[in-house]
Design a protein around this ligand. Structure first.
Ligand code: C2E
Ligand code: MG
Ligand code: MG
Ligand code: MG
Length: 283
C-alpha cells in the first residue's frame, strides 16, 4: 500500500511538471501571435518629486490581454519573451507606443518624462540606438523626454559593452537609468563611468525603510553617493506615508509606488496628471 502511494505521488509530480511545460509552451505560442493581434498595451505609473510634490514623470509598464486568461502580468511573460527572442520585437513596439503616447499627451497640454524598461537582450541588440532614435523622430518627441531603464544585472553582465552602448544612447540625448539597484553587483568604478542620469533603488530596500535602520543606512549612503555623482534617485514600491516621510528625510529625489498612484491606462493617467497639475498651480 505504501509503495502504491509513493507511486501515485511520483505520477502526480510528473503531471505537474508536464502541465507546467505545456503551459509555458502554450503561453509562448500565444505570445507569438500577441503582437499581431494587438493584445499588448501599456499602463503608466506616475513618479512624484519630493521637493515640490509635482508629478514630472511616468514609467510605462507592459501588459498582455490574453484572449482566454485575461490580463497577464509581466512577471509571467517577460521571461518567455526573453527566452524566445520575441522581446526584441515587443520591446520595439513598447518604445514606439510610449513615444506615440508622449506625443498625444503633449497635444493635450501634458508634458512629462517617460521611462521605459529595456530588457537584457534588447540592450545587447546592435541597432537599438538607431531604432529608438527613429521612434522619437517619428512622433516628434525629444529624446530627453525618454528615459531608458536597464537593470543593474543587465548593466553589469558585460560592463565594458554596457559602457559603449550607454555612451551611444547618451550621445543621442536619451536619459539613462539603472533599475532595481541593489539587487545585482555593481562596482563603484562602473557607477562612476556609466553616463547615468537616474538610479532607481529597488523595492526590497524600501519595504522596511520605516522599521529597519540598516535599510535607512543603505538608502542614505546611496543618496549621498548619487548626489556626489550628480544622479537623481528614485525609490520604487513606496506604499505607505511613513516610508515616504523617511525617504524624504533620507534625501531621495523622487518616489514611485502604490501610495502615490497605481499603474494606469492612458486616459486615467491623463486625468490623474491633469488633476495634479491643477492642484500644483493652486498651491
Ligand atoms: P520594474 O521596472 O522594476 O517596475 C516596477 C514594478 O513594481 C511594476 O511591476 C509595478 O507595477 C510595481 N510596483 C509599483 N509600485 C509598487 C508598489 O507600491 N508596491 C508593489 N508591490 N509593486 C509596485 P510590473 O508592472 O508587474 O512589472 C514587473 C517588471 O516587469 C518590471 O519591474 C520590469 O522589470 C518588467 N517590465 C514591465 N514592463 C516591461 C517592458 O515594457 N519591457 C521590459 N523589458 N520589461 C518590462
Ligand atoms: Mg522599471
Ligand atoms: Mg524597478
Ligand atoms: Mg524593482
Amino acid at each position: 500500500c505504501r509503495y502504491h502511494t509513493a507511486n501515485q505521488r511520483v505520477m502526480f509530480y510528473q503531471d505537474v511538471e508536464a502541465f507546467d511545460d505545456s503551459n509555458a509552451l502554450s503561453l509562448e505560442n500565444d505570445l507569438r501571435k500577441a503582437l499581431g493581434n494587438q493584445e499588448f498595451f501599456l499602463v503608466y505609473q506616475p513618479q512624484q518629486q519630493l521637493s515640490n510634490g509635482q508629478f514630472i514623470g511616468v514609467e510605462a509598464l507592459l501588459r498582455w490581454r490574453h484572449p482566454m486568461r485575461g490580463v497577464v502580468s509581466p512577471g509571467e511573460f517577460i521571461p518567455l519573451l526573453e527566452e524566445s527572442g520575441l522581446i526584441i520585437d515587443v520591446g520595439d513596439w513598447v518604445a514606439g507606443e510610449a513615444c506615440r503616447q508622449l506625443a498625444q499627451w503633449q497635444t493635450e497640454g501634458i508634458e512629462v518624462a517617460m521611462a521605459i524598461n529595456i530588457s537584457a537582450r534588447q540592450f545587447e541588440q546592435a541597432g537599438l540606438a538607431k531604432r529608438l532614435a527613429q521612434h522619437v523622430a517619428e512622433y516628434g518627441v525629444k529624446p530627453q523626454q525618454l528615459e531608458l531603464e536597464i537593470t543593474e544585472s543587465t548593466a553589469m553582465s558585460n560592463p565594458e559593452a554596457t559602457l559603449a552602448t550607454l555612451y551611444e544612447l547618451k550621445k543621442l540625448g536619451f536619459k539613462l537609468a539603472i533599475d532595481d539597484f541593489g539587487t545585482g553587483h555593481s562596482s563603484y568604478e562602473y557607477l562612476l563611468r556609466f553616463p547615468l542620469d537616474t538610479l532607481k533603488i529597488d523595492r526590497s530596500f524600501i519595504i522596511d525603510v520605516a522599521e529597519a535602520r540598516q535599510n535607512r543606512a543603505i538608502v542614505r549612503s546611496l543618496t549621498a553617493l548619487c548626489q556626489g555623482l550628480g544622479l537623481k534617485t528614485v525609490a520604487e514600491g513606496v506604499e505607505t506615508q511613513r516610508q515616504r516621510d523617511y525617504l524624504d528625510a533620507l534625501d531621495v529625489d523622487d518616489v514611485q509606488g502604490f501610495l502615490l498612484a497605481r499603474p494606469m491606462e492612458p486616459q486615467a493617467c491623463l486625468t490623474f496628471l491633469r488633476k495634479q497639475a491643477k492642484s500644483a498651480v493652486v498651491n
